[in-house]
Design a protein around this ligand. Structure first.
Ligand SMILES: [Zn+2]
Length: 419
């Protein structure tokens, strides 16, 4: 709680500093993190001991090789800092959006960064402390002390729930703010419009997937409210957030973001490249110049006056949905929860036709019959029990999509297809 409050205070203060001052803050935190990582993790002890990797300022940072998801997946223990007792660490793993499972370790106090940044964005965009937040998510968090007193209260709805059930629950709950993935909010917005349910919010907050302009417009108009975007990952937590003036501001003082060319060299501002992130807050399991797999560019100054740099993400595809045999549309999120299936390194689900899904996977220790039937069960469940067939294809690697990211679900069925 105290950690969240302190982080929030720092964010409120630092956002108006000049780009020069913010860079100095990032640099100071980066140098401290590099020393910590070199001194307490075996992976960076080796990597940062190379004479070429001597870093005295942010300008020297490109001499440090980038870290890939495969580095962490193959030897996660080598990233864990010896400065923290094992018993104080919590473990999670990366979400389904990339298809490569990476275990992540963090301390209780480190988790306060993400909470603080979300609260920061909500309050900067006009949310009040007593606006009820409805979250349609995979998880549910126990209320903290403030929330028990009604401040920043949250209610949770299941991401796998039927749209009509979630809409009904939202109508009863009357939250001020709705928070979810674009692919979850969009079908809700469409039903709200077509069935004239007239559900309105003060604000919608998206994240976790690219928010396409058409989805933004549809959600905002259906719920008669502005919608704000965020960018981040499980590894970095939120790295950038959208202000009221529509810019995605990089949280420079907490997550250092670089745009790199194929050789790992930073490109000029405005040029597109792959996004590498260094979460400056991550001490229990440092990740330095971590390749996110996303493509973007540094944008210009925002008219809001904040000194935080801005990010432009390459627009994503707009079809993060699957179409059921009955013609009903579901979020791709309702079938992508396969990260805990043992024996596979990466996966991708391709919907070939409304009744046929191909589960493509890169075998690790091997996918057994039990794993296969569990995958079939989950896809069937996500398809609301409609009759669908699942076929399995083992591959050496899964090709990356146009955005540079491995997409876990691809549907070849057009949403307007009639069966
Ligand atoms: Zn701004």
């Amino acid at each position: 709680m105290l950690g969240t409050a302190l982080a929030l205070f720092e964010m409120k203060r630092n956002q108006w500093r000049s780009p020069h001052d913010l860079r100095e803050i990032s640099e100071k935190k980066m140098l401290a993190l590099l020393a910590h990582a070199k001194g307490t993790t075996s992976f960076y002890k080796t990597r940062l001991s190379l004479p070429a990797a001597a870093v005295r300022s942010l300008d020297d940072l490109p001499s440090v090789p980038t870290t890939s998801k495969a580095d962490v997946r193959d030897q996660p223990a080598s990233f864990i800092s010896s400065a923290f007792p094992q018993s104080s660490l919590r473990q999670t793993h990366t979400s389904g959006s990339t298809g490569v499972q990476v275990p992540l370790y963090f301390t209780e106090s480190e988790s306060s960064y993400g909470i603080a940044l979300e609260t920061h964005q909500l309050t900067e965009c006009g949310a009040g402390p007593f606006d009820l937040q409805a979250r349609i998510t995979h998880y549910e968090s126990a209320p903290n002390l403030l929330q028990r007193f009604g401040v920043f209260r949250c209610s949770y709805l299941p991401v796998q729930g039927e749209e009509s059930d979630n809409l009904r629950a939202l109508s009863l709950m009357r939250p001020g703010i709705v928070i979810s993935y674009p692919s979850i909010l969009l079908p809700l917005a469409r039903i709200n419009q077509s069935e004239k349910r007239n559900l309105k919010f003060k604000m919608a907050l998206a994240g976790g997937e690219l928010l396409a302009p058409s989805a933004r417009q549809a959600i905002s108009s259906s719920f008669s409210c502005p919608i704000y975007d965020r960018y981040g990952s499980m590894e970095s937590s939120w790295a950038a957030w959208e202000c009221k003036d529509g810019s995605l501001h990089i949280q420079d003082d907490w997550v250092y973001l670089e745009i790199l060319d194929k050789q790992g060299v930073p490109v000029k501002d405005g040029r597109e490249g792959s996004i590498a992130l260094t979460p400056l807050w991550r001490k229990a399991m440092p990740l330095i110049r971590y390749q996110s797999g996303d493509i973007g560019a540094i944008g210009g100054r925002c008219r809001c006056g904040r000194g935080l740099r801005t990010l432009k993400l390459r627009a994503g595809r707009e079809d993060d949905v699957i179409v059921l045999p009955s013609g009903r549309i579901r979020s791709a999120r309702s079938i992508n929860l396969m990260d805990d299936i043992r024996g596979i390194l990466a996966y991708q689900i391709v919907q070939e036709s409304p009744g046929l899904f191909i589960f493509r996977y890169v075998p690790g220790t091997g996918l057994g019959e039990q794993g296969k039937s569990e995958i079939q069960r989950r896809i069937g469940h996500g398809c609301l029990g409609e009759k669908v067939q699942v076929e399995f294809v083992s591959l050496d690697s899964i090709p990356r999509g146009r955005t540079g990211k491995l997409r876990t679900v691809i549907s070849k069925v057009r949403p307007d297809a009639r069966v």
